[in-house]
Design a protein around this ligand. Structure first.
Ligand SMILES: *[C@@H]1O[C@H](CO)[C@@H](O)[C@H](O)[C@H]1NC(C)=O
Ligand SMILES: *[C@@H]1O[C@H](CO)[C@@H](O)[C@H](O)[C@H]1NC(C)=O
Ligand SMILES: *[C@@H]1O[C@H](CO)[C@@H](O)[C@H](O)[C@H]1NC(C)=O
Ligand SMILES: *[C@@H]1O[C@H](CO)[C@@H](O)[C@H](O)[C@H]1NC(C)=O
Ligand SMILES: *[C@@H]1O[C@H](CO)[C@@H](O)[C@H](O)[C@H]1NC(C)=O
Ligand SMILES: *[C@@H]1O[C@H](CO)[C@@H](O)[C@H](O)[C@H]1NC(C)=O
Ligand SMILES: *[C@@H]1O[C@H](CO)[C@@H](O)[C@H](O)[C@H]1NC(C)=O
Length: 496
């Protein structure tokens, strides 16, 4: 029995009423032509950077949501087929309630993948369903092993206008298999990521639960400007919002969201529990990252809640060789997490981390409220340049409240390469009962503080309480904040 899905989808802010009328006409027209009645099965509304003209269900491509049948071909065929609508209004692929086991599949431009709230995509446990692709040029090799890497579960490259969203549907990477191979040192190639999108612009990943990634969970990398230039001057519009990301806190390298060599990224309203950094901002590794030379810039992170006992709430680095500049983090909550907004770098990295603005952090049960590391090792090979030292400048933290913290701060620059312009103001760090005796340790850094307790180290002289508002946070907003989502709607009908 063929089920047929029909849809009405469009930007509707002003023409909602017209759309309703059209929808009714469409249904009644079909009733007359085919002499059958059409019943509305489902209708949904969602917010997206673009709405779509065409829609289909994975069941139209032979998908079976029983958790056992392989849907790899169904997803690959669906995307291939729907790519034909790219220049005709784009396409929406709906995944209904059910458990959909599948191998990796690629995305296409002008495309939306929508997961019903009870839809679960389950990543295949058959390693043959994970083709090996080239390492990222800015890393020179895979992170787990020299050479190539297994393709990500959901993968896209050289795309524009892609939405992965849902009514809080789930993508489960079933990563335990990969974590075991990693621990047993039996990986031939680097583990897959859950979602990776390369060389693309206008990307939205929203309103989903992402769990148990084999390694990093969301990895936008080499975002390009819409004119295709690698030297991104325009905002490339990467939007990540409303995600719940879950992985066991002991699972290896299950970072939450890793913007990597991207300009113009907005991460907001995300809740992340993970075995590694909740957000890790990156831009390539040592000599490979320096040569590729593509920074991460204009990144906004707001309303993030993080639980990560062995890692950072937000890490800048450790791979930062293409540079990281203009990161604005606001309203950050961390619970039982190792550190707050941490910088990780070292000799050989080169690059820079500059113009970092953090405003409003609420930290509960932490090892360090502030942690900056200038001796992070971990090189891709022995060919890194020992003269390539990073420039760390203009790092601002304000309005921080922390409780049950073992040590207020551990701030370590590089000898002969001090980290400068560190500003901390209005920060109240409540120490744990078993706190370290010395709450601050500072070496090779320069900066200032105001309104900070417990009293900071001598390298960050107190400017007095009247300077409590002195650290910077730019008043003007970034272009990425001007991107608005449209209301899209979709109606499925069934002939009866
Ligand atoms: C995500 O869900 C929330 C709550 O249901 C809704 O308000 C919001 O518009 C959705 N956002 C996106 C980007 O779909
Ligand atoms: C997905 O894209 C990658 C990289 O371009 C390619 O190697 C792979 O064959 C593609 N997979 C499919 C199923 O088309
Ligand atoms: C994707 O874009 C990158 C950067 O512009 C380019 O080097 C590469 O050749 C493109 N790949 C494909 C498959 O078009
Ligand atoms: C989405 O689902 C997750 C996992 O079940 C849940 O923890 C979270 O609260 C849900 N989010 C929303 C916005 O409903
Ligand atoms: C990138 O663009 C900026 C601004 O247009 C320019 O100043 C800079 O020299 C360019 N860098 C490269 C490597 O082309
Ligand atoms: C200091 O930080 C707290 C907590 O974020 C905030 O409520 C308060 O308004 C800040 N005070 C000043 C003077 O900015
Ligand atoms: C304080 O932190 C310790 C770990 O350092 C933890 O065991 C304890 O439960 C925390 N106490 C509170 C009140 O959160």
């Amino acid at each position: 029995m063929g089920r047929s899905w029909r849809s009405t989808a469009a930007s509707i802010q002003a023409i909602w009423a017209i759309m309703l009328v059209l929808g009714v006409l469409l249904i009644s027209t079909r009733t007359t032509v085919e002499g059958r009645k059409a019943r509305i099965l489902e209708s949904l509304e969602y917010s997206a950077i673009s709405c779509r003209g065409h829609s289909a269900s994975i069941t139209d491509y032979g998908g079976v949501g029983d958790g056992k049948a392989s849907n790899t071909k169904a997803f690959q065929n669906a995307v291939n087929d729907l790519s034909q609508y790219g220049s005709h209004g784009g396409a929406l692929l709906i995944v209904p309630a059910g458990k959909w086991l599948t191998g990796s599949f690629n995305l296409t431009s002008h495309f939306t993948l929508f997961l019903h709230k009870d839809a679960v995509l389950l990543a295949s446990q058959d390693i043959n369903e994970w083709p090996v692709i080239d390492p990222l040029p800015s890393y020179g090799r895979g992170r787990d092993a020299v050479g190539g890497r297994y393709i990500s579960f959901i993968f896209g490259t050289n795309l524009t206008d892609v939405v992965i969203t849902g009514d809080n549907g789930t993508i489960d990477g079933q990563g335990a298999l990969w974590w075991q191979l990693f621990h047993k040192k039996k990986l031939k190639y680097t583990r897959p990521y859950l979602i990776e999108i390369l060389h693309s612009d206008n990307i939205q990943i929203s309103n989903l639960t992402l769990m148990n990634s084999p390694a990093w969970t969301v990895h936008p990398v080499y975002s390009r400007s819409p004119d295709g230039n690698k030297n991104v001057s325009k905002c490339s519009n990467i939007i990540v919002q409303g995600l719940t990301i879950l992985a066991p806190v002991t699972s290896p390298n299950t970072d939450g969201i890793n913007p990597d060599s991207c300009t113009g990224t907005r991460i907001q309203d995300c809740y992340i529990v993970s075995g590694d950094d909740c957000v890790a901002v990156k831009s390539g590794w040592d000599e490979y990252g320096i040569a590729y030379g593509m920074p991460t810039k204009q990144l906004v992170i707001r309303r993030l809640t993080c639980i990560s006992p062995y890692s950072a709430t937000i890490a800048l680095g450790s791979e930062m060789s293409g540079g990281i500049q203009d990161v604005r983090a606001e309203d950050i909550v961390a619970i039982n997490t190792e550190s707050g907004v941490r910088i990780k770098t070292g000799v050989g990295r080169g690059g820079y981390v500059k113009d970092i603005y953090v405003r409003g952090m609420s930290l509960h049960t932490m090892k360090w409220a502030f942690w900056i590391t200038g001796n992070y090792g971990n090189h891709p090979d022995t060919h890194y340049d020992p003269k390539a030292v990073p420039a760390i400048q203009n790092i601002n933290y304000m309005n921080v409240v922390a409780e049950n913290v073992s040590m207020a701060a551990r701030l370590e620059g590089i000898s002969g390469d001090p980290f400068t312009g560190i500003c901390i103001s209005n920060a109240t760090i409540g120490l744990a009962k078993k706190a370290k005796k010395v709450p601050w340790t500072c070496t090779d850094i320069e900066g200032k503080t105001s309104g900070v307790t417990p009293p900071p180290c001598g390298l960050l002289p107190d400017q007095g309480p009247e300077k409590i508002g002195m650290c910077n946070f730019p008043p003007e907003s970034l272009p990425i904040d001007a991107v608005e989502l449209k209301k899209c709607s979709y109606t499925a009908t069934k002939h009866i």
